[in-house]
Design a protein around this ligand. Structure first.
Ligand code: DQA
Length: 143
């Protein structure tokens, strides 16, 4: 079974409660279910979330040996973290960057992404479907 890591950065534990006008009412648990259902045969997903940059980096390192792909919503670390970019550069599988909101329509500081320098695909503004699109893309690309 090939594993796809669904990795979520800071504040995404509050999905469903935090700024629902921007991020909607569904939760990370809903994301986990949607991603598991989106897997085609031979693939499985595991969802993790951390508010800590170092923990996210440790999980990306772990994924080098255990995962075929990563769907990552790095939250605000998207716009600040060269360390997460470096960790992703050390990962050989497919990387899809997801943003629930359309970051390019929002504040200027959300327009730049370090993670995009590594991501094989980027989805923004499609709500939680972005995660499903990421899983679909990885399953189809590696089938
Ligand atoms: C986000 C967009 C980021 O700018 C923000 O800091 C988040 C969530 C999104 O999913 O739209 O925490 O990555």
């Amino acid at each position: 079974m090939a594993k796809i890591l669904i990795l979520n950065g800071p504040n995404l534990n509050l999905l469903g409660k935090r700024q629902p006008d921007i991020y909607g009412h569904e939760t990370l648990e809903d994301v986990a279910k949607m991603c598991a259902e989106a897997c085609t045969s031979g693939f499985e997903t595991e969802l993790r979330q951390s508010n800590h940059e170092g923990e996210l980096i440790d999980w990306i390192h772990e994924a080098r040996d255990t995962c075929a792909g990563i769907v990552i919503n790095p939250g605000a670390y998207t716009h600040t973290s060269i360390a997460i970019l470096d960790a992703l550069n050390a990962f050989d599988g497919l990387v899809v960057e997801v943003h629930i909101s359309q970051v390019h329509k929002r504040e200027e500081f959300r327009h730049h992404s370090y993670v995009s320098k590594r991501a094989d695909a980027v989805v923004a503004g499609m709500g939680l479907f972005g995660y499903v699109a990421g899983v679909n893309h990885i399953c189809a690309s590696l089938a």
